[in-house]
Design a protein around this ligand. Structure first.
Ligand SMILES: [Mn+2]
Length: 327
């Protein structure tokens, strides 16, 4: 027995737009069934809910949030009219007035809880399953092979299902393709599609996702073929695109060069920029806090910082990050 199985009334499910968020949402839907009457993801690229979105999140008895570290003000607003349950693995502050299940902020190692899908699976005491694993793969890709416990589990899963590790990566790319193409509706339909189509083929043979991936691959490889600049041994890259690919680009550049990468996208929002930083192992937590102190919309993990900030502030905050990373 746990808190979730005792829930009554109508529930809203809020989830991150990526593979981990979609898979975590599927796991909640699978357990709670019709008690969840609606699901949504924030405006793609926003790690918060706008006042308008918040007002649409009323009329529910409970709200479950997976794989998203929404700002505390958002959570407290939601909690005024509904019971709130959070399952997450991003860094942040514990919100003690709601059910906040995040082993990472309680001091557990990210190596033990590499994804929200794993946290939900563990909490629900589900057996190891495709969606738990895809969430892990979505967030870590090949890097998870350095984690002995999960590597062993994933290898075993691949063997039993007669698939290769690369097939799992490809599935995560397919699931991520909707948000990268800016298709919020498709993101919100994905958990229900997975619920009704419970197979590996349902993912690999989805033609909408295949087509997204074809278009994204063209754009991403053209960007990656351009040279990158270095500042103090840190990679700096500027983008101007309406696709939501800054995390993909940053991850690829950082991992390909095995160096910290700072990427700015000036093309996604009109008055703000997307800024993304990925280190190899330097802790970015102090910079997440610093960004929040500046009033920027910030989120991240130990080695990832995502920021939405005014265009005019961007270079100055990058300078602060470079200073932090260089000392
Ligand atoms: Mn995640």
């Amino acid at each position: 027995m746990n808190e979730l199985t005792q829930l009554t009334g109508k529930g809203l499910l809020i989830h991150h737009w990526d593979t981990d968020g979609i898979c975590s949402a599927l796991l909640i839907l699978d357990r709670l069934g019709d008690k969840i009457v609606s699901n949504r993801t924030p405006t793609l690229g926003n790690y918060y809910l706008t006042p308008e979105e918040l007002s649409e999140c009323t009329g529910f008895d409970f709200i479950i949030i997976v794989d998203m570290n929404l700002p505390e003000e958002n959570i407290l607003t939601l909690a005024r009219n509904a019971q709130v349950y959070i399952f997450d693995h991003h860094l942040g502050k514990e919100i003690p007035t709601v059910f906040h299940h995040n082993p990472i902020i309680k001091g557990k190692s990210p190596n033990e809880y590499p994804s929200a899908s794993w946290i939900v699976t563990d909490y629900l005491q589900n057996p190891i399953n495709l969606y738990a694993i895809l969430g892990v793969i979505g967030d870590h890709e090949q890097k998870i092979q350095n984690n002995p416990f999960f590597n062993q589990m994933i290898q075993q899963f691949c063997k039993e299902n007669n698939i290769a590790f690369e097939d799992l990566i490809h599935m995560a790319y397919l699931l991520d393709s909707s948000y990268k193409r800016g298709d919020k509706k498709a993101v919100e339909q994905a958990p229900y599609y997975l619920l009704q189509n419970r197979s590996i083929e349902a993912i690999t043979e989805n033609t909408d996702w295949q087509n997204n991936l074809f278009l994204l691959d063209k754009e991403i490889s053209s960007i990656l073929s351009e040279p990158v600049a270095f500042v103090n041994d840190i990679i700096r890259k500027d983008l101007h695109t309406r696709s939501n690919i800054i995390s993909t680009i940053t991850r690829k550049i950082a991992w390909d060069h095995n160096k910290t990468a700072i990427v700015v996208n000036t093309g996604y929002f009109d008055t703000e920029n997307q800024l993304y930083v990925r280190t190899i192992d330097t802790d970015l937590k102090p910079m997440i806090q610093k960004g929040k102190d500046h009033g920027y919309k910030c989120g991240g993990k130990k080695e990832v910082l995502g920021v939405i900030l005014p265009k005019k502030d961007t270079q100055q905050f990058i300078d602060e990050i470079v200073t932090y990373l260089s000392t």
